[in-house]
Design a binder for this molecule. Structure first.
Ligand code: GAL
Length: 519
């Protein structure tokens, strides 16, 4: 009797210690049955997604036109082009994959689209070093009117676990009126959260409720990411009546056809609700789909990375152009996304001016404190012509500047080296060689990682995580040094129309005392 009690206690403690490594909410069994244990200090509800998920999702480019070969051919191209090793790991199958439920209530994979079943797809992806993402809706049907999971949560979660699924995107269509208050949405999404946990299989839980019912207040305790806007479309800044909100707070109808600039500006208010384990999802990338210019796609990708949004490629990977592969492959920008700080950027200023043909024009400064003390700054020119933009150190360090200390903040007493994070963008020739297969994507990473030629354009996060690479000052993650800002100085740069300059500021560590007349 005594022995068995000790054994139970020991098992519970081992469970607890194991859980403490990663999970903040676990079920353990002790003498009073199954109890929920909360690990203080951890942020991820299930220990997953400490930095944003990266991968590919078919929806933006293919909609309902899904099948096994699309997924596996895409996966193979992701491996060949070095995208897997840059961190794009999840291959997410979106809507329209099922053909109903069987008599026992379990979902059936469409046998024409997936003739070998889903387990086969999962195994093939796992064998390529990738992970498998699945889609459903917290409603009677999915948005494409296939069976949804409302009322079938445990059955569906168990089925996905048996298929060895690693990820669930969970939509909001046909929710039977179970929305309209945060509590209604929370309860509905929580059922699936519990069901996924009960399977015992780690699965990233990605909410897709478009920011309805303020998920910023509740979603991080039950999920790993949450969409914060209506659906993206492949336009830089074109307003569209189907995406009626310009702010995330109090947006009653998220809609769809939301432009890149619409979604970006909605992030300004909710940036504090981005955290390790739960990310505000700005929706899948449009890079490669043809609706924007090269510099607009650079803005789109840069800000999705900077804001710690999930980075899910949304185009046909096997036919990527060299220019688009180069955008999606910039390790210095991805390193911002995968920074262990897991935070979003703050918009320090925004001025509306010089509108373009869509009636839109603005310039803005966004900044973000990074884990190692570096600071990322994004100077955005979303106006109609080139402008010289200025970022002062007082603006960049607004928070320490206004923290109420009597002494000049330490950041303003230092010089900062400025690194341009797009300066090492892969050339067309390099990207073409990878696409044509004359340079293998993964091998290229090793070949260019040389101390003789410090211009490194490729990075292998499978061998060295971004966290470790940042600690080791891996050249590929830091762009090119282009100047220095002196204490309390200003950085000025001319930026073309619809473009961004992305910098990483690194302290020189030297403190300088300002002279009297500067005070
Ligand atoms: C939308 C969702 C899209 C896509 C689509 C599928 O609600 O936001 O990302 O999943 O449904 O029907």
């Amino acid at each position: 009797m005594m022995g068995s009690a000790l054994f139970t206690l020991a098992t519970a403690l081992i469970g607890l210690l194991g859980a403490a490594e990663a999970y903040n909410r676990r079920y353990i069994t002790n003498s009073s049955g199954e109890v929920e244990v909360v690990i203080p200090g951890a942020t991820s509800y299930n220990g997953l997604n400490l930095v944003p998920q990266m991968g590919w999702d078919n929806w933006n480019a293919f909609g309902c036109d899904v099948n096994e070969s699309l997924l596996l051919n895409t996966a193979q191209a992701m491996v060949n082009f070095g995208l897997r090793d840059l961190g794009y790991k999840y291959v997410v199958l979106d809507d329209c994959w099922s053909s109903g439920r069987n008599e026992s209530g379990y979902l059936i994979a469409n046998p024409v689209k997936f003739p070998n079943g889903m387990k086969h797809v999962a195994t093939a992806l796992h064998n390529m070093g990738l992970k498998f993402g699945m889609y459903s809706s917290a409603g009677k049907w999915t948005c494409g009117r296939f069976p949804g999971s409302l009322g079938y949560e445990q059955k569906d979660a168990d089925l996905w676990a048996s298929w060895e699924v690693d990820y669930l995107k969970y939509d909001n269509c046909f929710n039977q009126g179970q929305s309209g208050t945060p509590k209604l949405s929370f309860d509905r999404y929580n059922v699936m959260s519990e069901a996924l946990n009960k399977t015992g299989r780690p699965m990233v839980y990605s909410l897709c409720n478009w920011g309805n019912d303020d998920p910023y207040d509740w979603a991080y305790t039950i999920s790993n990411s949450g969409r914060m806007s209506g659906d993206i479309y492949d336009q830089f800044n074109r307003p569209d009546a189907r995406c009626p909100c310009t702010e995330s707070i109090g947006c009653a109808w998220p809609g769809f056809h939301c432009s890149v600039m619409n979604i970006l500006n909605k992030m300004a208010a909710i940036t504090s609700r981005t955290m390790s384990g739960y990310f505000n999802d700005m929706d899948m990338l449009e890079v490669g789909n043809g609706g924007q210019t090269d510099s607009e796609y650079v803005v789109h990708f840069s800000f999705w990375a900077l804001m710690s949004s999930p980075l899910l490629i949304g185009t046909h990977v096997p036919t990527l152009s060299p220019a688009n592969l180069a955008i999606l492959s910039n390790p210095a920008i991805i390193a911002l996304n995968q920074d262990p700080s897991a935070t979003g950027a703050v918009r320090k200023w925004q001025y509306f001016m010089d509108p373009d043909e869509n009636g839109q024009g603005e310039i803005a400064l966004w900044t973000r404190d990074l884990h190692n003390g570096d600071v990322a700054i994004a100077l955005l020119n979303a106006a109609n012509s080139a402008h010289t933009l200025n970022a002062t150190m007082d603006q960049i360090f607004l928070d320490p500047r206004t923290a109420g200390a009597y002494k000049e903040p330490v950041q303003l007493r230092q010089s900062w080296h400025v690194y341009d994070l797009w300066a090492n963008r892969m050339t067309e020739a390099e990207a073409s060689a990878i696409i044509n297969g004359t340079m293998n994507g993964t091998a290229a990473i090793t070949n260019t990682n040389s101390t003789i030629n410090p211009r490194v354009t490729r990075y292998n996060a499978t061998s060295l995580s971004y966290e470790e690479g940042l600690k080791n000052n891996a050249t590929a993650l830091f762009g090119v040094r282009v100047g220095t800002i002196e204490p309390a100085g200003t950085w000025s740069v001319e930026i073309p129309r619809h473009s961004v300059k992305m910098y990483r500021l690194r302290s020189t560590g030297v403190e300088t005392v300002r002279t009297r007349d500067e005070l």
